[in-house]
Design a protein around this ligand. Structure first.
Ligand SMILES: Nc1ncnc2c1ncn2[C@@H]1O[C@H](COP(=O)(O)OP(=O)(O)OP(=O)(O)O)[C@@H](O)[C@H]1O
Length: 337
C-alpha cells in the first residue's frame, strides 16, 4: 500500500460536469453539459512542486477548486492528505493555502498587517508560530515597509506578495497557486519565484502551480502536467515536454529602431556567444522580433544590436505555455514523457 506521503494528492478518474442553462428564446431554455474535467488520474507525493498547465478553459481552476473542496467532483475519487476535500473542507483548510492571482483574500481597506491578524484568529494560530511565520514571510517577501499600508494602495506585485504571505501564516502542508505571477513586473516575478523555491526547499511544502508563464515552471518545477479539455495530456519532466513540442523553447527580443531597417544580420560571432538559433521572425516598420534560445542570456544579443544599429527601445518576451503546447499538438498527442 502506498503511504499518504507518496500519494499526498491523489485523483482517480475524477470528473466535473457543469450543467449550463442558456436562454434561446422568450420561454425557451437550452440545457447543456460542460465536461470541465474528464477522467483525471494522477498523484503528487508530499514535498513535490508540480506545474499544472494548459490553455484557457482547460480545466485547471476547476481542478484546484475540487482540491480545495469548493467544488465536489461529479465522479471519481479525490484525496488530499487522505482527506476528501469536499466533505471535510474545514479540516483541510488548516492544512492548505490557496493563492488566486486574479483575486485577493486580503481586506481591501485595511492595512496589510490587519488582514494577517484576522487570519491568525480565523485559523487560531498560536502566537509564537504566527510571529515566526510572519517574520519569515516579511523577510523573504520584503513586506516590512508595506505592513501598515492599506491593501488597495499596494501595487499588484506588492499585493501578490502580501497574498502569498497570508496563505502561509498557518503553515499549510500544501499550497495551490493559480497564476501567482500574472501581471507582475520582472522584479516581482523574481522575488515570488525565489520565495517559493525557498519555501519548498526549507519546509517541504507541496506546491501545485498553475501558470501561463513557462519561466515559472522552468525555474521551479521538475515535473509538469499538461491538461486540455479536462484531460491529462502530459505528465513528466519539462525537457520531455519541449521534446514533445519538437523544439526548445525560445524567448523573443523585440527591438525598435530609429528608422526602418532590413531584417538584422548579426554575423557569425554572435552565434558563438548565444548559441545557434538567433533569427529574425518578424519585421513591422521600425520594429523587429528576434527569437533566441530561452535558456540563454539576451545580453550579448542586445549588446551586439546596440553596437551596430540605431536602437531606440527593446523588450524581452518569455516563451508562453500556449506555444509549447501548440507545438506539442502539432505532433501526436497525448505524449509519453
Ligand atoms: N461554474 C461553471 N459553470 C459552467 N461552466 C464552467 C464553470 N466553471 C468552469 N466552467 C467551464 O469549464 C471549463 C474549464 O474551466 P476552468 O476555469 O477550469 O479552465 P482553466 O484551465 O482554469 O482556464 P483559464 O486558464 O482560462 O483560467 C471551461 O469550459 C469553463 O467555461
Amino acid at each position: 500500500m502506498p503511504s499518504t506521503d507518496d500519494e499526498f494528492i491523489a485523483l482517480d478518474g475524477v470528473e466535473k460536469v457543469f450543467d449550463v442553462r442558456r436562454k434561446t428564446g422568450f420561454l425557451r431554455r437550452e440545457r447543456r453539459q460542460v465536461r470541465a474535467v474528464d477522467s483525471l488520474t494522477f498523484t503528487v507525493p508530499r514535498g513535490e512542486m508540480v506545474g499544472y498547465i494548459g490553455p484557457n478553459g482547460a480545466g485547471k481552476s476547476t481542478t484546484i477548486k475540487m482540491l480545495t473542496g469548493i467544488l465536489t467532483p461529479s465522479a471519481g475519487r479525490l484525496r488530499v492528505a487522505g482527506i476528501d476535500p469536499s466533505r471535510e473542507r474545514a479540516r483541510l483548510a488548516h492544512r492548505m493555502g490557496v493563492v488566486f492571482g486574479q483575486r485577493t483574500t486580503l481586506w481591501w481597506d485595511l492595512p496589510l498587517i490587519d488582514s494577517y491578524r484576522l487570519m491568525r484568529r480565523m485559523y487560531r494560530i498560536p502566537d509564537e508560530r504566527y510571529a515566526a511565520n510572519l517574520a519569515r514571510c516579511v523577510d523573504l517577501l520584503e513586506l516590512g515597509d508595506l505592513l501598515d499600508v492599506p491593501v488597495r494602495q499596494l501595487s499588484l506585485g506588492q499585493r501578490m506578495r502580501g497574498d502569498i504571505a497570508a496563505a502561509l501564516l498557518h503553515d499549510p502542508e500544501v499550497l495551490y497557486l493559480d497564476e501567482p505571477t500574472i501581471g507582475l513586473d520582472i522584479v516581482s516575478k523574481v522575488k515570488v519565484r525565489g520565495f517559493l523555491r525557498e519555501l519548498n526547499a526549507q519546509l517541504g511544502t507541496t506546491v501545485l502551480l498553475t501558470t501561463h508563464d513557462l519561466t515559472d515552471i522552468e525555474q521551479l518545477c521538475r515535473r509538469v502536467m499538461v491538461i486540455d479539455h479536462g484531460r491529462l495530456m502530459y505528465d513528466g519532466e519539462l525537457d520531455g515536454l519541449h521534446r514533445a513540442g519538437g523544439a526548445a523553447a525560445e524567448r523573443t527580443l523585440v527591438v525598435d529602431f530609429e528608422r526602418e531597417l532590413p531584417p538584422l544580420d548579426l554575423g557569425p560571432e554572435l552565434e558563438l556567444d548565444i548559441g545557434e538559433g538567433v533569427r529574425v521572425v518578424k519585421v513591422d516598420g521600425v520594429r523587429q522580433w528576434l527569437a533566441f534560445p530561452a535558456g540563454r542570456s539576451a545580453a550579448p544579443l542586445v549588446a551586439r544590436i546596440a553596437e551596430r544599429y540605431p536602437l531606440v527601445d527593446l523588450s524581452v518576451r518569455e516563451p508562453d505555455i500556449e506555444s509549447v503546447i501548440a507545438r506539442m499538438y502539432a505532433r501526436d498527442t497525448p505524449v509519453a514523457p
